[in-house]
Design a protein around this ligand. Structure first.
Ligand code: GDP
Ligand code: IMO
Ligand code: MG
Length: 429
């Protein structure tokens, strides 16, 4: 068994770095594709042969018939969404049901999670996080709270689960009626619906930790797929404007039961610029014309919620921090084509706060909101690069941009994406 066989693909910023595209491509060189965090807040896009697929829960390696897909214990799974996704894609993903495993340790999302989150975000008003409203935060909250949480494996003992669900509905209804003055949830209706989901999912529920260790012992190659990105990580991200899971490579261990030393290579994905959805500080954000031009050229509208994404210059100061936290080996730059034709091009090399250049990426949202990005002018280019397949064939200005990213972040750029399709990729091994 060699750890070098196993790869982790992780977002280095605030998500949507085109991880899905890279996971799909690299799955061809792996035997298993394993999601380790998050839930259907994620929206990962895979495009090939003229079709585009948007995935929320099923690992993005699903279109490779020899790849086993695993949903690890670190996820929160909305059973309804998972079943819909399987039904949507089992035509294109040959034999999917027979090669998809869901960890019995994964947690589950129920109607009370979504209802509570909608109320919480509504009452927070301007202080909201701007979540995807998929029930992610409340489900992870229950996981930490323990007594009101339900793990996937409990669907295998429906009678016991029914009792637990009825008790939890009663507890949650006290909050809905007593605190918010809302209608209670109907325990019968919830149970009938979810018991049916559980029955359909039961054949796929397994002890995936044991399964993954067997795979490691057999020398199988595992690709770990991160959702969201390092700056949305619950511990290392721009708290409190983060998601509720370990979205950096640090999530692999708790999220799968595979120890960190088994990961041979950590590949961090960034766009050629930076985007963010939802609230929270974003030092390099461009609120004017260039920001709008990037949004239109990059079609920067959320894969999960359709919300317009906030766009800004590439922030290598934040990425350098993310590289440290992840123990990054290599960088993947995506959407480089979107920068073609911009009138100006800049790159952020650091932050200034209170007249001083910061040594380290700030931990506190106040400091991040106040930080002024230090921007370096880069030479723009106008050529369409979507057909380029070799690094040497890129315009000189684009090559200089990529080389500058390597210098500033301190890691090599191994893969460059110049369009959504699998084929639109440059390898620099
Ligand atoms: P993920 O969440 O990290 O998997 O990323 P998303 O799928 O949410 O967002 C990435 C978007 O960019 C998707 O619409 C992709 O189809 C698209 N995309 C991926 N790579 C490229 C690229 O190199 N160029 C362009 N123009 N679009 C890309
Ligand atoms: P992928 O995997 C971009 C953001 C939300 C919000 C914050 C918390 O496609 O990169 P949550 O619903 O998780 O409690 O929302 O995190 N967010 C994402 N932003 N890409 C994602 O996933 C995201 N998942 C959550 O917009 O700001
Ligand atoms: Mg996405």
């Amino acid at each position: 068994m060699s750890a070098r066989n196993n790869t982790c693909i992780v977002g280095l910023t605030w998500g949507d770095e085109a991880k899905g595209k890279i996971v799909d491509i690299l799955s061809a060189e792996h035997d298993l594709c394993v999601r380790y965090n998050g839930g259907n807040n994620a929206g990962h896009t895979v495009a090939f042969e003229g079709e585009t697929y948007k995935l929320h829960l099923v690992p993005s390696g699903l279109f490779h018939p020899n790849v086993t897909c695993v949903i690890g214990g670190g996820l929160v799974v909305d059973p309804k969404v998972l079943l819909e996704e399987i039904a949507n894609y089992e035509g294109a993903a040959t034999g999917l049901r027979g090669r998809l495993l869901v960890s019995s340790r994964a947690h589950t999302i129920w109607p009370w999670h979504k209802k509570l989150e909608a109320l919480s975000e509504k009452y927070l008003g301007k202080g909201k996080i701007g979540t995807t409203l998929r029930g992610i935060g409340p489900a992870y909250g229950d996981k930490a709270n323990r007594v009101t949480a339900i793990r996937m494996g409990r669907f295998l003992a429906p009678h016991d689960l029914e009792q637990a669900v009825r008790q939890i509905v009663e507890t949650k209804n006290r909050i809905f009626t007593g605190v918010f003055g809302e209608e209670p949830l109907e325990a019968d209706a919830v149970w009938d619906e979810y018991a049916a989901y559980g029955q359909q999912l039961a054949p796929m529920i397994a002890d995936t930790t044991a399964y993954l260790h067997e795979a490691l012992a057999a020398g199988k190659r595992i690709l770990f797929e991160g959702a969201q990105g390092t700056l949305l990580d619950i511990d290392h991200g721009t708290y409190p404007y983060v998601t509720s899971s370990s979205a950096s490579a640090a999530g692999v261990w708790p999220g799968t039961g595979v120890p960190a030393r088994e990961i041979g290579r950590i590949l961090g994905v960034v766009k050629a610029y930076t985007t963010r959805v939802g609230e929270g500080p974003f030092p390099t954000e461009l609120t004017g014309d260039i920001g709008s031009q990037i949004r239109e050229q990059g079609n920067e509208y959320g894969t999960t919620t359709g919300r317009p994404r906030r766009c800004g210059w590439l922030d290598t100061f934040a990425i350098r921090y993310a590289a440290q936290v992840n123990g990054l080996d290599d960088i993947v730059i995506t959407l480089l084509d979107v920068l073609s034709g911009l009138p100006d091009l800049r790159i952020c090399t650091g932050y200034r706060l209170d007249g001083r250049r910061l040594e380290a990426f700030p931990a506190c949202p106040g400091a991040l909101a106040e930080a002024e990005p230090l921007l370096e002018d880069m030479e723009p280019w106008s050529d369409d690069i979507t057909g380029v397949r070799k690094f040497d064939d890129l315009p000189e200005a684009a090559k200089a941009y990529v080389n500058r990213v390597e210098e500033l972040v301190g890691a090599p750029v191994r893969i460059i994406s110049v369009g959504p399709d699998r084929q639109q990729t440059i390898f620099r091994e």
